[in-house]
Design a protein. Structure first.
Length: 365
């Protein structure tokens, strides 16, 4: 990888918090953010300095949501190409008013800055929080959030015309809550290695479909499957070589795919392959409390399917749950949990997601 790279000058329409900056001026802004800014501004400053160095790549950490976080190198040209693809796919031209409410240490935040600088967006930055629209009154053309932020922003979604959601699956409960919202809301598929998303699907289309909507590929992306049924991504504009993922998919057309679940989460129960993500989608309609399905060792089946529900312990509750689950027509014979555990409080990750492994360990121990 050649080390030098001519950093593109910022677009004439680029604005950061209402002011235009050239590359030279942006360097000064970055220094002042690092020296005097709030913690989230210091992270923005660090990224801007990295971006403005004449090296061809930046070093980033993967999110760690599907494994241990690791440091990788991303080509700056690939990040610029990703920004162009986003602009084309979502129809976001120069002078788009955008809101950055994600931290700049991860790819989603970094890419908001790259898009703004390169495409000429008018970008406002705010401290990342669980309820980013809470104190805002301005209407934005575009923003990006996590499912957790979306969940806390339902009442104020009229402030964002187009919104992309990444960093986790959007639950059926959340989909129901946004189905009649006027804003265009998209779930994205991607990873740090691909400089954010390579596919997206609309969560609240005007035309309602009975079947699940597929992810649609961004420009210049093609896909295939390996022998496990896992997605292979070929995207020469953002990747030097193809990526083999651990995501089991169903390819619908050369431009569309359905996400089934993670290969590393598959439960093999008596020779039947079960995908926790699919079972959870079906259970979501009838369970009011937080829950997840996982497996435990079983002498005859090898692994048995079990359900954890965040609720106070009660034999009656377990019986009611068993009856409710047995009446779900869409659940296959093997998709019904062999045992139900009620846990008063789930273990959580730092960003509020359920820590399945630790919750399971605390129950087993």
């Amino acid at each position: 990888m050649p080390n030098s790279y001519k950093i593109p000058e910022t677009h004439p329409d680029f604005r950061l918090n209402k002011r235009h900056y050239t590359n030279a001026e942006l360097r000064q802004v970055a220094y002042s953010f690092i020296k005097e800014g709030e913690p989230y501004e210091q992270k923005i400053g660090n990224f801007l300095l990295d971006w403005l160095k004449p090296t061809s790549y930046i070093e980033v950490h993967t999110s760690g949501s599907t494994g241990t976080p690791k440091k990788i190198r991303l080509k700056k040209q690939h990040m610029v190409n990703s920004a162009l693809a986003t602009s084309r796919f979502f129809e976001l031209p120069a002078s788009t008013h955008a809101l950055m409410c994600l931290p700049a240490e991860y790819i989603a935040g970094k890419m908001m800055l790259v898009r703004a600088m390169f495409l000429g967006w008018d970008l406002d930055t705010i401290p990342p929080s669980s309820n980013p629209l809470d104190q805002l009154f301005k209407v934005y053309d575009f923003s990006a959030m996590t499912p957790f932020q979306l969940d806390n922003s339902i009442a104020r979604l009229h402030l964002v015309k187009k919104l992309i959601i990444g960093g986790g699956a959007v639950s059926p409960r959340l989909r129901k809550m946004i189905k009649d919202v006027d804003s265009e809301i998209y779930e994205t598929y991607g990873m740090t290695e691909t400089s954010s998303h390579i596919a997206a699907k609309k969560l609240n289309p005007k035309k309602k479909k009975k079947s699940e909507r597929a992810f649609k590929l961004m420009p210049n992306v093609s896909i295939a499957q390996d022998e496990r049924g896992c997605l292979i991504i070929k995207a020469p504009n953002v990747l030097d070589e193809e990526i083999v993922t651990n995501d089991v998919v169903e390819i619908i057309t050369y431009k569309k795919f359905l996400w089934i679940g993670r290969y590393d989460n598959v439960i093999n129960s008596g020779g039947i392959k079960l995908f926790p993500e699919q079972i959870e989608q079906k259970l979501n309609d009838v369970l009011d409390h937080r829950f997840f399905v996982t497996s435990m060792p079983d002498e005859s089946l090898g692994e048995k399917l079990v359900l954890f529900v965040e609720d106070d312990f009660s034999e009656d509750t377990i019986k009611d749950l068993q009856t409710t689950i047995n009446n779900i027509g869409s659940l296959g014979k093997y998709e019904k949990p062999k045992k139900i555990y009620l846990i008063e409080k789930f273990e959580e990750t730092p960003n509020g997601k359920i820590h399945r492994e630790n919750t399971l360990k605390s129950k087993v121990s």
